[in-house]
Write a protein that binds this ligand. Structure first.
Ligand code: SAH
Length: 254
């Protein structure tokens, strides 16, 4: 089998945040697979490059399709936003390999990392991920709400900065409110909550609030939510959005 499959992450939006390694993989591919919105962000490839746009929500089916094309000898690139290993297609590809045709294990499969939303969002406001942090997806079509609540509580008890991916959608409008309500039992009311929409693009929008009085209306699927730890600080600035950062050492607080 000579085919190749590369799972790439385009980064958060701006073309400057797509790595050269990802651009090279896109430029060399015979076949691109991914959501139409991501494929539209990939620059035009070589003549004859095929684009398999999908609105298929079943990631495993898309992964199997990509693997079958690679097994036919194609140079396949599966396109994700951000990083392909963070709540995205790379894990689906490996699950398809583990459960699929043993011949797929001989394929040349690679992952090309990208700038994940959490890093782009953090950079928009300062350095909120300067201390220990964790990432949780609020999408509960892949896990139960009980699991999400258990992880939120553990993250709060561990005093991690928390990055929330997939905070809300039309199908799940109430989840973010429920998640923050749950966190209010474990974290101080003045904990900063930062909403960054379209991080790493020229449309980026930042809102900084406090956990006790947070307003979750207008949060959508292009928003990343960062919730501070006890070491997260705010530096007010005249006429500008404050800087947010998290102290690297708990000694600074004493
Ligand atoms: N693989 C992607 C994440 C996929 S989950 C990555 O590494 O970034 C999709 C979620 O990511 C969205 O609901 C949103 O919470 C977040 N997201 C993706 N791009 C974003 C951006 N430019 N700004 C803010 N959040 C973003």
């Amino acid at each position: 089998m000579t085919g190749r499959l590369i799972v790439v992450g385009l980064g958060p939006g701006d073309a400057n945040l797509t790595t050269p390694a990802v651009s090279k993989a896109l430029a060399e591919a015979t076949d691109l697979i991914g959501y139409i919105t991501y494929l539209d962000r990939a620059p035009a490839g070589p003549p004859g490059q095929r684009r398999h746009a999908t609105d298929n929500r079943v990631e495993l089916d898309r992964a199997r399709h990509a693997l079958s094309l690679a097994a036919e000898g194609k140079d396949v690139v599966v396109v994700s936003g951000g990083d392909p290993g963070v709540f995205a297609m790379a894990a689906a590809v490996f699950e398809a390999v583990e459960t699929g045709d043993v011949a797929w294990r001989a394929l040349d499969i690679r992952i090309e990392p990208g700038v994940t939303a959490m890093l782009a969002a953090a950079a928009e406001v300062g350095a909120p991920l300067g201390g220990d942090f964790c990432a949780i997806s609020l999408s509960d079509n892949l896990k139960s709400w009980a699991t999400i609540e258990r992880r939120l509580k553990a993250a709060a008890e561990g005093d991690f900065v928390i990055a929330l991916y997939n905070p809300a959608s039309r199908a799940r409008p109430d989840q973010l409110g429920k998640a923050l309500e749950h966190l209010r039992s474990f974290k101080a009311a003045d904990t900063p909550v930062i909403f960054v929409r379209a991080a790493g693009t020229s449309d980026a929008k930042i809102r900084i609030q406090e956990l006790g009085t947070v307003d979750v209306t207008s949060v959508d699927m292009r928003t990343l939510v960062l919730i501070g730890s006890s070491l997260t600080r705010k530096i007010e600035r005249p006429g500008a959005s404050p800087w947010i950062y998290t102290l690297r050492s708990e000694r600074e607080l004493s």
